[in-house]
Design a protein around this ligand. Structure first.
Ligand SMILES: CC(C)(COP(=O)(O)OP(=O)(O)OC[C@H]1O[C@@H](n2cnc3c(N)ncnc32)[C@H](O)[C@@H]1OP(=O)(O)O)[C@@H](O)C(=O)NCCC(=O)NCCS
Length: 180
């Protein structure tokens, strides 16, 4: 396995590279699967990597860019993750292996964040398995929660990891059967 690391995306230095990354690769499980260069630039302007409560990093494998991770709501208790690997970097274990690196970075850099959450479409098997493999816990299954253009909505599935669990080396389960 390659050496994985994160490198903060710097604006405006990295703007063109970010736009190229987002508009070159296809993201079949995102609401917008093929972002155009204009879409990508609009996301930058909207603050996806450096807006309030936002932070974006390149994912590097042996020093080469293989993906982008963006985080939002970092001023809240619970932050949100969006991880996107380049097409030829997928399915090689990078997603599962980089999640703990991201968790360490976020909990280290943003002391108020207690929890990191990710939502993905029910048929995004790679993301769901990567979350599981990295110790994230499924917390919600929003039936018909993910609109699909020209088709029926799919479920949106939410996974999360707690700072307290990472610190104590435990995994707190979700109390599904807690109704009296
Ligand atoms: C989702 C993503 C980050 C996962 O990272 P990855 O490096 O491809 O995943 P991994 O290689 O670590 O594989 C994780 C698991 O999924 C499985 N898997 C990988 N690709 C798969 C595929 N196309 N179909 C089914 N299973 C797959 C692996 O076998 C592995 O399973 P295991 O833990 O049982 O061995 C990456 O595929 C990606 O960037 N996809 C496009 C963007 C995206 O959908 N991001 C999610 C945003 S929430």
């Amino acid at each position: 396995m390659s050496q994985l690391s994160l490198q903060p995306i710097e604006r405006p230095r990295d703007d063109d590279a970010f736009v190229e990354f987002l508009s070159t690769h296809e993201f079949p499980f995102h609401v917008r699967p093929r972002p155009t260069a204009e879409d990508a630039r609009a996301r930058l302007v909207a603050g996806v990597v450096d807006g309030p409560g936002a932070f974006g990093c390149w994912v590097l494998a042996d020093g080469e860019v293989v993906g982008v991770v963006t985080l939002e709501d970092l001023e809240d208790d619970a932050a949100l993750i969006d991880l996107r690997l380049a097409k030829d970097a997928r399915g090689r274990g990078i997603g599962s292996a980089v999640l703990p690196v991201i968790v360490t970075e976020v909990f280290g850099r943003f002391p108020s964040v207690r929890k990191l959450e990710g939502q993905t479409r029910e048929d995004n098997v790679a993301m769901r398995r990567a979350f599981r493999r990295a110790g994230w816990v499924k917390e919600a299954h929003y039936r018909e929660g993910w609109p699909v253009s020209g088709g029926l909505p799919l479920a949106s599935v939410a996974y999360a990891i707690l700072r307290s669990d990472v610190q104590s080396g435990t995994t707190t389960p979700v109390p599904w059967d807690d109704e009296p």
